[in-house]
Design a protein around this ligand. Sequence first.
Ligand code: ATP
Length: 356
Amino acid sequence: MGATVSLRGVTKDFDTPGGSIRAVDNVSLDIGSGEVFGIIGYSGAGKSTLVRLINGLETPTSGSVAIDGQVITGLPERRLRPVRAGIGFVFQQFNLLSSRTVAGNVGFPLRVAGVDKRARERRVAELLDFVGLADKAQQYPDQLSGGQKQRVGIARALATKPSLLLADEATSALDPETTRDVLDLLRRANDRLGVTIAVITHEMSVVSYLCSRVAVMEMGHVVETGPVYDVFADPQRPVTRRFVGTALHDRPRADVVARLRQRHSGRIVTVAVTDQNGSSTLLTERLRHYGVDGAVIHGGITEIDSRPLGALTVELVGLDSAIEELLSDLRRHTDVVDHGTAQNPIDSTDEDGDPR
Ligand SMILES: Nc1ncnc2c1ncn2[C@@H]1O[C@H](COP(=O)(O)OP(=O)(O)OP(=O)(O)O)[C@@H](O)[C@H]1O
């Protein structure tokens, strides 16, 4: 069974020579048993501090942290130890012991926990099999690729059968293809073992690939939280829109809109596609209904959580009145952004040139 995590009004201040720094500010969130939960934010948003609060390495200045319903805030070190034993860590820089073999690294937490040699060997073999590195047991970390090192890191994190896995920027040092493999492995650990996973990242593509819910952090606050699909489909905060924009390239930036206007003389609009509005079929139908020609000139539809999401930018050619009627009809069903025409451009992006 995966652990639950519950934070209530958690604030963490650090005293520094330059004054007090609030790294985490009044954060409340719940992670359910067996959930893969994403915590995303830019550098300095407070993610690592939040992780250290969850595993009891830091004590909140105010508020409380509970794991599986047990409040760990204020517990003495002696009572925190068994809680931490139920938590596995996966690090960005792998943190493997270079002097130990792959098997030695994976077995290390079991050795610390006092597991006897035979049971340890059995468990290590099982784990290496699970992460697909059975043939590398006797190799040393520096003989492995980054992706293989992270597989060892994950096997080690799972060694003591934790109910919670904290993956802190686990794929940030890896290339995109290797990232995919490691994320697949985390997903398999979640599916097969039921372990709850908190994924700390600055990459929205990691969140969209792996997580069911996400919390967006900015300056110590959780500014937005919800199911990943909902956050992608309707981001509320500028910071969230920026993150979503990095994972979905479906909406044109200001410079792209300008080029599209140069190339296409018709009215240019971007139409959102979600599973709420019957995908692009609606657009095709409405175009036919109003006798307007529409050519797709930018965009794409992707799947988030097995549901369609995206935006199509189309050039509309037809009678002005028909186009106006079409747009007000579409607006009743979905989000439509009007970029105007080359003669009458409409500024539809924010001050950074990002889609609004
Ligand atoms: N031990 C500490 N002492 C003083 N300030 C700290 C300490 N730990 C974190 N901070 C400060 O708290 C803020 C949040 O840091 P944190 O490392 O949690 O952010 P982050 O989102 O994990 O960023 P990164 O991805 O760069 O690690 C930063 O301003 C940081 O300088």
